[in-house]
Design a protein around this ligand. Structure first.
Ligand code: ACM
Ligand code: ZN
Length: 614
């Protein structure tokens, strides 16, 4: 292969000049999320036209598909595609396999001779295409022909590889159900942000969503709840409408295939021993048998009706998992393990007998017995388990990975014991928590976790030694859908916060909030082209009142949008560019209503927000 195109002199000078200093956070016009490891921008732009072929090994089916992703976008938005060929000496988008690059890494160089993409595995080539798409105008993501757009990319050199191998996004399809068409869009958005694990939460108290041929009742009956709570789980009000849905095995295969084509591994979650009410309502013999009646839960929460650790239950779960293994090639299977109340086991003669016979100390060790036993089975089938923190209770199973959601402690403990851990602490990475002022948002599941709180999270705890830190294999954003009845609400809650998680998952550890917000503001153009209904609180001042005296509060106001001025009033009037500028926290009393807006160049950029001490 010939040397890459000679770069213009200015470009070389620029390289020399910038070699000793870090690149600009957003590197001029190159505004990629997640931020690549290293970006150098050169003067000049390359125009993509039909005259610019894609050069690949045309016998490589992966590369053909990857080239197809680029062409699919060009065909739709630009109205042309690039011819795909095995050899061509024109300026081209050239995919060049090389030995020795890290998994998922790529090197993209664009110049007057075209684009040269080096990679060692197909995932690297795929991520290079994701980057290339983000180097084009945001309109490349449009679903209709964009006339009058110049399809150019800046000359640049981008060297990139992921920080973490595990970059996850979860979806709870049990609280609410989402059909396969939406799942494909979900996966497309993940892939665009270089997220490579889809954690599919398939079973819960409120519904069983995966077809298991051997146990048809699970979906015939267990996939439907009688009604759904209105408002919080304590409201006492219900909608009176049956709610259900499930995926056939054929649909599951289709999603697994679709994800694999985008270098996403689908990790199914089959919950045990808790969150099992939907299954138990179909097969009550799997429970401790303490109740007259079992039915799928109609509200959110934690329920005492859990699997009883008897032979019949283990046989059932093994049979279920055998079908799961057939459907999901993932080396790792999520077995839940969270929130298993111990009341039923305390009252159950079988459970108490088992504790005595096995010489277990208590019900926590019984939970550990349950998980270890299931792990042995999963390992015997050549797979591994991952579970939520609570699988640490009573002792961690020998080969288990931990998904740390209660906080960081589970992940820290796992790493100290030499087990791999994925960080998903709820106070940082739960996307069902509020992202804007809870006083004005529709109901959410947990406290305020604004964009910046997600962005600033460092998933590698400093208390770990360097050796232990290696066991933190990645991060995951969790989308529990209690208050997300439809896809529009999922997109509103997940985006843009998921971009912050994607950046922590992929980009080097050093944070760059200013650069991130600049890139994100530009990135909104891409999300707009894709019609993603993301939350726009980015432009709205977040007013918070903090404890002070009995009669006063301290007010702070923040806005995510970069280069914005916050102006506010205290007399109820609409803030203007001439109102008081917010520069530091201030005191308010009960009579004062704060009204704030963000301005750039004297013009408001978002909504006016407001707050008063009550
Ligand atoms: C969880 O949120 N119960 C893992
Ligand atoms: Zn029992």
């Amino acid at each position: 292969m010939k040397n890459f195109a000679t770069l213009p002199i200015t470009a070389l000078l620029l390289t020399l000049l910038t070699a000793c200093s870090a690149p600009e956070p957003d590197n001029g016009e190159i505004r990629i999320i997640p931020r690549p490891r290293h970006v150098e921008r050169y003067e000049g732009r390359l125009t993509l036209t039909e005259q610019c072929p894609i050069v690949i090994d045309t016998a490589d089916s992966d590369l053909l598909r990857i080239a197809g992703f680029l062409n699919e976008r060009l065909r739709t938005a630009a109205g042309f595609e690039l011819p795909v060929t095995a050899a061509d000496d024109r300026a081209a988008v050239r995919f060049v396999p090389v030995d020795g690059m890290k998994s998922e890494a790529y090197l993209l160089q664009s110049g007057p001779r075209g684009v040269r993409i080096e990679y060692s595995d197909p995932a690297g080539a795929f991520y290079a295409v994701q980057t290339l798409l983000q180097m084009l105008p945001p309109a490349i993501y449009a679903d209709t022909r964009q006339r009058g757009t110049e399809w150019t990319i800046p000359y640049a050199r981008i060297e990139d590889e992921p920080r973490f191998a595990y970059r996850g996004m979860h979806l709870d399809v049990c609280s609410h159900f989402f059909g396969t068409e939406y799942l494909k869009r979900y996966l497309d958005l993940m892939a665009m942000h270089k997220i490579n694990r889809f954690h599919w939460h398939l079973t819960e108290d409120q519904g069983w969503r995966i077809e298991i041929k051997r146990y048809p009742l699970l979906t015939e009956k267990g996939s439907v709840r009688r009604e759904t709570v209105i408002g919080s789980c304590f409201s006492g009000f219900y909608d009176g409408k049956p709610y259900g849905g499930y995926y056939t095995q054929e649909e599951i295969r289709e999603i697994v295939r679709y994800a694999a084509e985008r270098y996403i591994t689908v990790i199914p979650e089959i919950e045990m021993p808790g969150h099992a009410l939907a299954a138990i309502s179909c097969y009550p013999e799997l429970s401790c048998g303490l109740e007259e009646h079992y039915e799928p839960a109609t509200k959110w929460g934690v329920f005492r009706q859990v699997y009883c650790p008897k032979e019949e239950t283990f046989r059932f779960l093994e049979n279920v998992l055998d079908e799961v293994f057939e459907l999901f090639p993932s080396p790792v299977i999520h077995i839940g393990g969270d929130e298993c109340p111990k009341q039923s086991w305390k009252q159950c003669p079988h459970c108490q007998g088992l504790i005595r016979r096995m010489g277990l100390k208590d019900e926590f060790e019984l939970q550990s017995y349950f998980i270890r036993r299931m792990e042995r089975f999963v390992n015997s089938r050549g797979r591994e388990i991952i579970g939520w923190d609570e699988i640490l209770q009573g002792g961690l199973a020998p080969n288990a990975k931990v998904m740390s959601w209660l906080g960081e402690e589970g992940g820290i403990e796992a790493a100290r014991q030499g087990h791999e851990a994925v960080m998903a602490p709820h106070s940082r990475y739960y996307l069902d928590y509020y992202q804007a002022d809870p006083d004005t948002e529709a109901i959410c599941m947990g406290h305020l976790v604004p964009l910046r709180t997600m962005y600033d999270y460092n998933p590698v705890p400093e208390v770990l030694t360097d050796d232990e830190k290696r066991f933190i294999i990645g991060v995951e954003g969790c989308v529990w859908t209690e208050y997300m009845p439809d896809a529009a609400r999922v997109e509103y809650m997940a985006w843009p916060r998921m971009t912050a998680i994607a950046e922590t998952a992929w980009s080097p550890a050093a944070k760059d909030w200013e650069g991130f917000t600049r890139r994100l503001e530009y990135h909104f153009g891409r999300l707009d082209a894709l019609h993603v209904g993301y939350c726009r609180a980015f432009y709205d001042p977040l007013i918070q009142l903090h404890k002070d005296s009995a009669y006063t509060r301290i007010a702070t106001i923040e806005v995510d949008a970069p280069d914005a001025e916050i102006r506010y009033t205290l007399d109820g009037s609409e803030p203007t560019a001439a109102s008081t500028r917010y520069t530091q926290p201030f005191v308010v009393n009960r009579s004062q209503r704060i009204r704030a807006a963000a301005f750039r160049d004297g013009k408001p950029i978002g909504a006016t927000t407001s707050k008063q001490m009550n």
